[in-house]
Design a protein around this ligand. Structure first.
Ligand code: PLP
Length: 368
């Protein structure tokens, strides 16, 4: 194995670059004595709404809670069906199951590995009843054909949700992902393009009623202090320290996404017949992950590791193959999803990769 290892990710680097400013915003919160649902939190909601071009942002505790609350807001409950893809780490599946709903899986397009109009229409046509919601996962940082998917959902009178946990900042037709659907979600998990120093998430919508429901549900279902008037209340709040750190990082997001995309383009130049970059053709791509399809994944990954390049797999087990003890997914054709789970892997892609490390990846790709 090569002596120098290119890490798959290194969250310490970005944090060290911002250390003085991070220390200063944390000190500001500590001195204020206000730790939950305070001024940093409210300012972040305002700034995220401006950034995405939406009317409402509701901060919550993490991206899975954001999905659960968005699903509950559009009426998903015990017995409902939720249509989504099965290649995205089971986050929507987890949220739907928490509500007692049944996830119904839709295959993905063989080029983008995202939901397409065709795969969605096929799934909808296979169902005897109308599902309560569709969740579109903008996986790996590229947007699914969201204008068209919203049109299909609305034609069938079904609520549609965008999961932007991997796609924050991605844009199509001059609009940010997260501003198209009825309601959208994100995660601020530290490895996301906009990452906190711990867990965090948010819900976005232009709909006043949905925003009000999520705002109430994230704090016990309170209509006002100690007075519960909303179903499905829970405690899912983003604390002041995380909000202050995210406010510091939000203005840097577009520049960091550009850096990620530049690195991705450098890798792509070394594209050979055995490796195909999933996001080559995507204009909306925000550089979240450098996912490639390889005909012989384990051989290629092991050659890269020998050349000092660490890789990962997003994701090795599709949702319908997970061993949920009490959920047995209905049978459907998920041929592309299953092929992708066996063929994809991800190269290191984060803004603080050094020129030498990028060269090392390029060279390893050329030789593998
Ligand atoms: C696409 C997607 N959706 C949802 C989530 C869930 O977010 P969290 O880990 O903050 O619950 C993640 C991240 O892990 C994700 O990548």
């Amino acid at each position: 194995m090569a002596e120098i290892l290119v890490p798959f990710n290194d969250l310490g680097r970005g944090t060290r670059e911002l250390r003085t400013q991070i220390d200063s915003v944390i000190a500001r919160v500590v001195s204020s004595g206000w730790f939950v649902l305070g001024p940093e939190h409210d300012a972040l909601e305002y700034e995220l709404s401006e950034y995405l071009g939406v009317k409402h942002t509701i901060n919550v505790g993490n991206g899975t809670d954001a999905l659960e609350l968005a699903l509950a807001a559009v009426g998903v409950k015990g017995g409902s069906q939720v249509v989504t893809v099965a290649n995205a780490g089971a986050y929507t599946t987890t949220a739907a199951l928490l509500l007692g709903a049944e996830p119904v899986y839709c295959d993905v397009d063989a080029t983008t590995l995202l939901m397409s109009v065709e795969t969605l229409e096929t799934t909808l046509a296979s169902l005897a009843e109308k599902p309560q919601a569709i969740v579109v996962t903008h996986l790996y940082g590229a947007l699914a054909p969201i204008n068209e998917l919203v049109a299909v959902a609305h034609k069938h009178n079904i609520a549609i949700i965008e999961d932007c946990a991997q796609s924050l900042g991605a844009t199509v037709d001059g609009r940010r992902g997260g501003s198209f659907a009825d309601i959208s979600t994100t995660s601020f998990y530290p490895t996301k393009n906009l990452g906190a120093l711990g867990d965090g998430g948010a819900v976005f919508t232009n709909n006043d009623e949905l925003a009000n429901k999520v705002r109430r549900m994230r704090q016990y279902g309170w209509a006002s202090k100690y007075s519960i008037e909303f179903d499905h209340g829970k405690n899912s709040r983003l604390d002041e320290i995380q909000a202050a750190v995210l406010r510091l990082k939000l203005p840097l997001l577009d520049k960091q996404n550009d850096r990620r995309k530049d690195i991705h383009s450098i890798y792509e130049k070394e594209n050979d017949a055995d490796i195909h970059f999933v996001n080559s053709a995507s204009e909306s791509f925000n550089g979240h992950l450098a996912v490639v399809i390889s005909k012989n994944r384990e051989k290629t990954r092991s050659a890269l590791l020998d050349a000092g390049v660490k890789t990962d797999v997003h994701y090795p087990i599709p949702d319908h193959k997970q061993k949920f003890p009490s959920f047995k997914p209905r049978k459907s054709n998920l041929e592309v999803t299953e092929w992708a789970a066996e063929s994809v892997f991800s190269l290191p892609l984060f803004p603080e990769l050094t020129p030498n490390e990028i060269d090392q990846v390029v060279e390893a790709l050329a030789n593998c």
